[in-house]
Every structure is written in C-alpha cells, then in structure tokens.
Design a protein around this ligand. Structure first.
Ligand SMILES: [Zn+2]
Length: 277
C-alpha cells in the first residue's frame, strides 16, 4: 500500500516536471491551514517530510506570504504555534500592500499559469478546488499523518497534450472551456471542428510516460523464428550411404587386384631367377 502511494506521488511529480517544467529545488507555497496540520500531526521537520513526499534529491524551498502569516496572527492563541512556525519560513513577495485573505493571496501568487512553479500545500478544500481549475498547479494536502499530492486531473492531462505554443497562448477562459468539455466526457474535437486535429493527435510519448501509460509497441519483441544462424555450425552435406559402400567396394577391389598383380609379379621374378640359375 505504502509503495503504491509513493509511486503515485512520484508519478504526479514526474507529470509536472515533464509537462510544466517543474525543476528542483521545488518550491512549496504553504498556507496557514497546512502549517497547522504539519504541527498537529508532528510531520516535522517539514522540509524533510515534503522532500520525502516529492521524492526530491534536494530539500524543497518552503514559502508563505505576508498575507498568510497575517491571517495566522489574526486567528489568535489557538494558532499561536502555527504563527510562530510560519514566521520562520521564507516569504514570497506578493503584490498586496494591504493584506488580503490567505486564499486570495495564494490565488494571486499562482495567477493564470503558476509562473513560479509552486506546489501549493493547503488543507482548505475550497482553495484546492479552485487550484484544480488552473493548469500546472500541483496541490499537496495531508490526511492524518500522511501527505499526498493530488493526481493531475483529466483537464490537466488534456492540457498537457496540447502543444507548447498553444498552451502558452491559451487564456484562462479557453482552459475552462477545455476543462468543461473534458469533465462532460466529450472531446473538444466534436464540439469545434477547427481545433479537432489538435485534440485528436496522439498523446506524445513523453506525456504517456509521465502518466505511466505503457507504450505497448515499445515493448513488443520480435520473436526468433528459429535458432540463431550465427551460432550454428554450417551443415555438412551428408554423403549418400550407397556411394560410401560402392566407393569402399571399388577401393577394396583395387587393393585386391594390386595384391594379385604383385604376387604374380613376384612369382614371375622367381621363375626368372630359377631360369637364370
Ligand atoms: Zn498577499
């Protein structure tokens, strides 16, 4: 179970690195609810817990913002410990001269495209839902003493399939349209014809890998149809058995005849010798 969870988290991180250019050291934007969760569940030190979650080789950088810290202070005594801890984290610069709610601050920091490549860690269900509607925002949350990365939504995956140029030029309303189509389970291709080819194109192998979709053809092997001809000895042509016998017979016959001839010659010699003497 644990292994399965880990590999799911790993896949999610890989998806965002491949499709949205997230690079180590990862940046995690942490809101007050998450700081509170880390403290109450004793998931400390937090950077180790998050590094483990992200399967990162480098310690991720943790950020809050001025508005997030201010909200924790407003919550008073019950969140005093969280406020103290949040103050120790780095603050990313937000554009609010007058503090706004933590939710609005996070949303403004993420913007339309999450240019800073933040992972957002929050326990706020409403905020999580809003973040799901923005492409390229991985969300971290905790359940008791375990941390999770939300799996990329169907919309995020669809978005990642578009080519880079289209992605960069897409505004949030177009993205929402794409999202709506995805959640209704129909392809945008059927909805508007001109964009059809974009969506019908096969998923790039990179995305496939990121999603853990095995490319079947990649693993198909050509089966050998017989023994490897390079490791076999050359076949010798088999001589005909009858030929061997015949050859043997003729050889034998020849030898016999020679022997007879020899004998005859020696007899002749003997006779000649007798005659001479
Ligand atoms: Zn702010």
């Amino acid at each position: 179970m644990r292994v399965k969870k880990r590999s799911k988290n790993r896949k999610a991180v890989k998806f965002y690195s491949t499709c949205f250019g997230f690079r180590e050291p990862y940046k995690v934007l942490i809101d007050g609810t998450f700081v509170h969760h880390l403290l109450t569940q004793r998931l400390l030190p937090a950077d180790d817990a998050l590094r483990d979650l992200l399967s990162a080789s480098r310690t991720p950088a943790l950020f809050t913002s001025k508005c997030i810290v201010a909200e924790l202070r407003r919550l008073g005594k019950s969140h005093a410990e969280s406020f103290d801890s949040a103050q120790l984290l780095a603050t990313t610069k937000c554009e609010h001269d007058k503090v706004v709610s933590a939710v609005n601050c996070v949303l403004s920091l993420i913007g339309d495209k999450n240019p800073e490549h933040f992972f957002v860690a929050t326990q706020d269900a409403d905020l999580r839902e809003k973040l799901r509607e923005i492409p390229g925002v991985p969300v971290i949350y905790g359940l008791k003493n375990s941390l999770f990365i939300e799996q990329p939504s169907v919309q995020q995956r669809k978005f990642a399939q578009l080519d880079e140029e289209k992605r960069l030029n897409m505004d949030i309303s177009e993205y929402k349209k794409l999202m709506k189509a995805a959640s209704e389970g129909k392809t945008t291709a059927s909805e508007n014809g001109s964009d059809g080819e974009q969506h019908e194109r096969p998923i790039s192998s990179l995305v496939k890998n990121a999603l853990g979709v095995a490319d079947k053809s990649k693993f198909k092997r050509n089966r050998a149809k017989g023994p490897n001809p390079l490791s076999c000895k050359k076949k010798k042509p088999k001589p005909q058995p009858s030929a061997i016998q015949n050859q043997g017979a003729t050889a034998d016959g020849e030898a016999k005849r020679k022997r007879v001839r020899k004998r005859k010659r020696s007899q002749k010699d003997n006779k000649q010798a007798e005659m001479a003497s």
